[in-house]
Design a protein around this ligand. Structure first.
Ligand code: UTP
Ligand code: MN
Length: 497
């Protein structure tokens, strides 16, 4: 018997910096990790250092040569500009070929035209003599776009959202997100798309989305979307899913059993509704009707009144769609702000109790806090956060709503049911909770994605964690969070992504 030769492990080289002698003092390299990947970047950086090059790990002012591999020019420049590099700088932005040739030569080679990665925005601005076309600088991240409610591409986005919803209802989350992203990009545009060509410069538009829009340019409609809208399965799942407490699994189950209407559900003796679903059916007509801004305002007065009785120093902030300026919502979302840590405890049960005594509470689902900073950062985003919160159905008296309307017809009850969400985070988590609950869902999703991919940070409704320094970053306001992420602040009314 003889021992098989031990397989050699590749040497870890990342720690070997600083020993090599710098030979080329007037050259400082920076390798873009995006697309190149972390390990290849580390490998190439160490290779360059071993040959006497100076390599900076961050894009500092001293960098003379930026090297990128596999990035489209437009994406790369967008990224570089985000990281503070301006085209006016005399930094070379180069393809990997300059780097590999220089490594082979053992010295920095003179930069040739073919090595340069031009900024498409500048090229376009300086070349053509007729009025230069506006250049697309639309970011693939919703948190770098301003999306007001003024949607100039509603005909396209409505159709894309039908496709998204159809995918959502059939459990295809990937394609659903792709359609939502495409719709979101169009919502952010300052003008209506006039020609299919204009799609070329837009991020996040996949083949399917493009084909749909092209068909709409050709025929003025999308035949596929019309088919979906007529599809029995789509219609039924959408109907069932619109009941408070009925998720996709239940909707699917009922559909498979041949049920098609809400009446059939209610009259089927084998179906046992849970407490939430029961409330959902009881108040279906009311809560499937949009809540107006005036109603949301009246509800705020009601919530404020209850909160003040429990803690006079506490405040109430409206969040969700209404904070983004929407005129209608499917519910009203509030965050309760208590000035001292710990004051959030017990607040929600007391509010619920008050509503009950006022005889306006129709349904309450109280979720105690499971927040524990020790369990953060969480690498997986959970759709539900860990704060104290409650999902309610509350009676809103018509007389409490200051809005122009016709007098009640005879026999109509003097109140309507409204879905209300309350969340009560600890004060030091307030800014994160507010940002998360203001949405839109896609805006927040892209904030988290941006933080992770572009900044090496983990963001959720509770905290922002910097992986490089292994620390949590504190924030008193939403502005603090944007600034930690190196993002321009976007006001809530421009987060309608
Ligand atoms: P909504 O579903 O109420 O959305 O959640 P919306 O934008 O207000 O839409 P409408 O106008 O009611 O139809 C509000 C925000 O709260 C977040 C959601 O992700 C969304 O961005 N949210 C909700 C959380 O962050 N955590 C939760 O546990 C629940
Ligand atoms: Mn809402």
């Amino acid at each position: 018997m003889f021992e098989s030769p031990k397989r050699r492990r590749p040497e870890v080289t990342s720690g070997s910096r600083g020993h090599e002698e710098v030979k080329f003092r007037d050259v400082t390299l920076y390798l873009v990790e995006r697309r190149m990947g972390k390990s290849r970047r580390t490998f190439l950086s160490n290779l360059a250092r071993s040959k006497g090059f100076c390599v900076d790990d961050s894009l500092s002012g001293g960098v003379t040569h930026v090297v990128s591999e596999g990035n489209a020019a437009q994406d790369l420049w967008m990224w570089l500009e985000d990281h503070g590099l301006r085209e006016a700088h005399d930094t070379h932005v180069l393809t990997i070929s300059w780097f590999t040739e220089s490594m082979s030569a053992g010295r920095p080679l003179p930069v040739e035209m073919r090595h340069h990665i031009q900024n498409p925005a500048v090229e376009r601005r300086s070349s053509s003599s007729p009025a230069p076309k506006p250049v697309s600088t639309v970011s693939p991240f919703a948190c770098q776009r301003r999306t007001s409610l003024d949607n100039h591409n509603k005909n396209f986005t409505d159709v894309l959202e039908v496709f998204a919803e159809n995918m959502d209802l059939s459990g295809n989350q990937g394609p659903c997100l792709a359609f939502r992203r495409a719709a979101s990009v169009l919502k952010s545009l300052p003008a209506t798309l006039r020609h299919p060509e204009e799609m070329k410069h837009l991020p996040c538009l996949g083949e399917h989305s493009k084909a749909i829009i092209e068909e709409m340019f050709e025929c003025g409609r999308s035949s596929k979307a019309e088919e979906i809208l007529k599809d029995e399965r789509y219609q039924t799942l959408k109907l069932f899913n619109s009941v408070f407490g009925v998720g996709l699994r239940t909707a699917e189950n009922w559909f498979t059993r041949g049920l098609r209407t809400l009446e059939q559900i209610l009259s089927d003796p084998s179906i046992r509704l849970n407490r939430m679903q029961t409330a959902g059916f009881l108040f279906y007509d009311d809560i499937s009707r949009p809540v107006s801004r005036a109603e949301a305002g009246a509800m705020k007065v009601l919530v404020e009144d209850a909160v003040k009785r429990v803690n006079p120093a506490a405040g109430v902030c409206i969040t969700g769609g209404f904070r983004r300026g929407k005129d209608f919502g499917h519910d009203v979302d509030f965050i309760i702000r208590t000035p001292e840590p710990g004051q959030e405890d017990g607040l929600l049960p007391a509010i619920i109790d008050r509503f009950r005594r006022q005889n306006v509470l129709l349904y309450a689902d109280l979720q105690e806090s499971t927040f524990d900073l020790g369990k953060l950062p969480s690498r997986r985003f959970e759709s539900m956060d860990h704060f104290h919160k409650c999902f309610l159905i509350v009676k809103l008296k018509r007389d409490d709503v200051c809005e122009e309307r016709e007098r009640d017809e005879d026999g109509r009850r003097d109140w309507r049911a409204i879905r209300v969400d309350l969340v009560a985070p600890p004060i030091e988590r307030f800014a994160y909770a507010l940002l998360g609950w203001t949405g839109s869902t896609l805006f927040d999703r892209d904030l988290r994605r941006f933080a992770r991919l572009e900044r090496g940070k983990l963001l959720d409704n509770h905290a922002l964690y910097d992986k490089a320094t292994k620390t949590f970053l504190s924030a008193e306001t939403e502005e603090d969070i944007f600034s930690h992420l190196g993002l321009e602040f976007i006001v809530p009314s421009e987060r309608n992504a």
